[in-house]
Design a protein around this ligand. Structure first.
Ligand SMILES: O=c1ccn([C@@H]2O[C@H](COP(=O)(O)OP(=O)(O)O[C@H]3O[C@H](CO)[C@H](O)[C@H](O)[C@H]3O)[C@@H](O)[C@H]2O)c(=O)[nH]1
Length: 317
């Protein structure tokens, strides 16, 4: 079976590629190398079952070429940054919504049977029900990023019901681990390397979220995909996260401890009641009961995933 992984040179994508290759699939990766790097997939480049296509999914022709002869598409290509600043709304729209539309147009004209999409917990916005289940409503994202993910989900659902393919949508908590090159742990390590005496923490440090290690994430995606294939739903949604959660201040403590440092913490105070930035969801923990009913469960809790990630990132420096 031939599968396409968009964003397969990226953080989560490359770990998914590792697993798919080990399972014996024929794997094609489409990546523009904007956030991902060839280093993440270098070990597969000359493998006979592996094919790399460098290309920007805003270009329809490239996407059409990429889905040729493909049975399953894992759509992970995305701009992962929630923080507006370096990312303009237009860029977020193009790299999350437009590329998904281009993919769907290519998929409906091809023989693709399954589309697996990595959406995000940010579609729930400031949910007043925690842990938040998949059926939580109304979905009211508070960031442009979350809005773009929700728009992509909606397009996928509409296309899958209209055209002849099935779609599986994952709403991911904060995914961390080796090869991640953005996010709170990565930022803290870099800030401490620049200044071991003081650590700037965005917001008030009480932001509390659920973190899932990338190894548990990839296992969840593939396990639930097999479960979904045996069923008959055209579209289904699964949260992937952890049963526990951890504050940004606790993450700062673990990073400092693992680096053997005792920095002074300087909180910026943040915006809108201690958020790191406008649109930062302050409290996020997803209900993972639906995923667990399929037989999957995380091996590492949020604290263990954070500690493991710090060690992995430090050893790769
Ligand atoms: O230098 C920093 C960086 C982050 N934070 C804080 O740490 C928390 C986590 O921030 P990250 O940047 O690690 O992650 P986000 O919650 O913004 O987003 C991540 O998780 C989301 C899903 O939950 C998305 O899918 C997204 O792509 C992914 O990056 C935030 O509350 C933020 O305010 C800091 O205090 N200092």
């Amino acid at each position: 079976m031939k599968v396409l992984v968009t964003g397969g040179a990226g953080f989560i994508g490359s770990h998914l590629v590792d697993r798919l290759m080990k399972l014996g699939y024929e794997v094609r990766v489409l990546d523009d190398l904007s956030a991902g790097t060839l280093d993440n997939i270098r070990h597969w480049l000359w493998h006979e079952r592996f094919e790399f296509m460098e290309g920007d999914m805003r270009n329809r022709e490239i996407v059409e070429k990429a889905v040729k002869d493909i049975e399953v598409v894992f759509h992970l290509a995305a701009n992962p940054e929630v923080r507006i600043g370096s990312q303009s709304p237009e860029l977020l729209y193009e790299t999350n919504v437009l590329i998904t539309y281009n993919l769907l147009e290519a998929v409906r004209k091809s023989g693709v049977k399954y589309l697996v999409f990595t959406s995000s917990s940010t579609v729930y916005g400031d949910a007043d029900l925690i842990p938040t289940p998949e059926e939580y409503a109304p979905l009211e994202p508070i960031s442009v990023y979350g809005g773009a993910k929700l728009a992509a989900e909606a397009l996928i659902s509409g296309y899958a019901h209209t055209f002849d393919f099935r779609a599986l949508i994952f709403r991911l908590a904060n995914i961390i681990g080796e090869r991640s090159n953005h996010g709170v742990i990565y930022d803290f390590i870099n800030k401490l390397r620049r200044n071991p005496g003081e650590l700037e923490i965005l917001g008030d440090g009480t932001q509390r979220k659920s973190y899932l290690h990338v190894s548990d994430t990839v296992e969840g995606i593939l396990h639930i995909f097999e479960y979904f294939r045996k069923g008959n739903r055209a579209v289904d949604f699964y949260n992937l996260g952890n049963d526990d959660w951890i504050t940004v201040k606790e993450i700062a403590e673990i990073v400092s401890e693992e680096m053997g440092l005792k920095p002074a913490f300087r909180f910026t105070g943040g915006v809108d009641g201690g958020r790191g930035w406008k649109g930062d969801v302050k409290f996020m923990r997803l209900s993972i009961e639906k995923a667990k009913k399929t037989g999957w469960k995380p091996k590492l809790n949020s604290y263990e995933a954070v500690r493991r990630t710090v060690r992995e990132l430090l050893s790769s420096l």
